[in-house]
Design a protein around this ligand. Structure first.
Ligand SMILES: NC(=O)c1ccc[n+]([C@@H]2O[C@H](COP(=O)([O-])OP(=O)(O)OC[C@H]3O[C@@H](n4cnc5c(N)ncnc54)[C@H](O)[C@@H]3O)[C@@H](O)[C@H]2O)c1
Length: 168
């Protein structure tokens, strides 16, 4: 992967052995400055320890993706620490027995399981994108489009002031 060295990545949901942790390590191998964030800061710190032991640059941060202020604080922390933000990888999820372990089917899924899953993997991701995009946009040319990493692919959000929503 070319062009990543020296750029700043935030991985939200980074713990040892999971997708976020592996991604944080891989991005640091490319020379990115990485913030590894997770509900469990100690888990994120373990990822950071592996990165720094290999000569990379990373810092751990605890946060709760269901809390909009917590995500704003995380973004501000990232910018303060590394001077910018070029890539956001949202991959936090509550796959615990208390949550996914109680997930059943649409007819019987408990309301709190449904709501918490939405709060973590939908509303939480949106909060991150809302807070991160203006930082990217302010650094990009006004005509450009801004890629932001979401779990299922690259979402492209236009930053062009002339772009209009489609009528259909
Ligand atoms: N593992 C796979 O093979 C696979 C494949 C395709 C998609 N996925 C999806 O990718 C996502 C991540 O998968 P994973 O295997 O890495 O899961 P994981 O449970 O190992 O990691 C998720 C991380 O999110 C953190 N987290 C939970 N609640 C949080 C909160 N409120 N705030 C901040 N962090 C929080 C957890 O502490 C954990 O470290 C899931 O949505 C999963 O369904 C996984």
């Amino acid at each position: 992967m070319r062009g990543l060295s020296g750029k700043v990545a935030l991985v939200a949901g980074a713990a040892p052995g999971n997708i976020g942790g592996a991604t944080a390590i891989r991005l640091a191998e490319e020379g990115m400055l990485v913030v590894a964030a997770d509900l469990h800061q100690a888990a994120a710190q373990t990822v950071v320890d592996e990165i720094t032991a290999a000569g990379g640059t990373a810092v751990a941060r605890g946060f709760d993706i269901t809390d909009g202020q917590s995500y704003r604080d995380l973004i501000n922390f990232t910018v303060d620490r590394f001077g910018g933000l070029h890539g956001l990888f949202n991959v936090a999820a509550d796959l615990s027995p208390q949550n996914v372990g109680r997930d059943t089917d649409v007819m019987s899924v408990p309301d709190d399981v449904w709501q918490h899953t939405i709060d973590v993997t939908l509303t939480g991701y949106m909060h991150g994108i809302q807070d991160a995009l203006p930082i990217r946009s302010s650094r990009a040319a006004a005509r450009s489009s801004t890629p932001c990493r979401v779990p299922s692919g690259w979402a492209r959000a236009s930053t062009s002031p002339t772009r209009r929503p489609r009528a259909d």
